[in-house]
Design a protein around this ligand. Sequence first.
Ligand SMILES: [Zn+2]
Ligand SMILES: [Zn+2]
Length: 344
Amino acid sequence: MEFFSEIIGETVILGIDSLILGFCLKQLSKCKHILNTLQTAPVLDIDATLNKEINKYPNNTIPFVVIRGLVKPLGNPITSNYNNSVTGVIQRLTIKEHVIARTSAGFWSDQTRTIHEVCNSTPFVLNNGKYSIEVVDALAAELLDMDVISDKFEPMSPGVIDHVWGFFSGVRQRGLQTMEEMLRDGSYITAIGELSRSNTGALKIQPPKDGLPLYLTTATKSSILKRLASSRDFLRVLLVVFGSVAAAASCRIVYKYLKRRRRRELEENMKRQLAVGRRERRAHAREKNLSEVQLCVVCAENPKEIILMPCGHVCICEDCSDHITDNCPICREKIDSRAPAFIT
Ligand SMILES: [Zn+2]
Ligand SMILES: [Zn+2]
């Protein structure tokens, strides 16, 4: 417990660091998994050859595939709230609050908080001529590239009270940002996910199993691969950094432990030397030529010097008393206390 209080700083650092390390490791393995699978994922066109391609896979399902096509709504498209001429299949409305907040270091910094977010979607397909693939569960996509239709910032003009309040609370309002993003119909996108064909022959692409993501993006396969590779490299750097912190904290704990053990050993040594000195001094002071009844029953060398309580036996010398802790050597009664006995 005493040692723990010495290393509490290192332990806290090590604990937080291990959490971050664990998170980075998990992200890295996920990133590598996606990268490796995507590298070998087939890139297919939406045309007559698609069905033949699907036939090669069990259960008419290709686990991870890259497909490009035009976004086309199955029913009525969603119309933009800000621009009537814009229609799409996924709409995201976000309201963000911009504030200037005082940091713990004392200076003010810009911060943004999302205070409201709404997503709407309508069923849609990726289309190429007369062939199309339905995109299922598009909102679950890990990467969803949309066009910004409207982005407005309304600044707030603070009054005197707001300024005073801001000074004490450490948060000053700057304004509200409202943003509308849409996946517009007619946009040409890349969908990366699990492609399957139902018994009725309908094709659909959806979020894959096995920890792989669904991507709906304007980027190509090669640029997605590049992005993944750079985040993998970044995660590796993080691992090295946080790994070194963990190693340093562990080394410090080990160092403190060894230092403490060394100190303990020195103290023990000192105690032993003092005890030896005490015994020697006692030996000098003792009477010689004692009769057998006067001798300690344990070592039979020194005189009887200690009375054991509560049994009252005077049977051992002071040296032997140091080693006998539990019971009286004569009657086996438990020793509660002991005191020097003077026999004259
Ligand atoms: Zn003795
Ligand atoms: Zn006794």
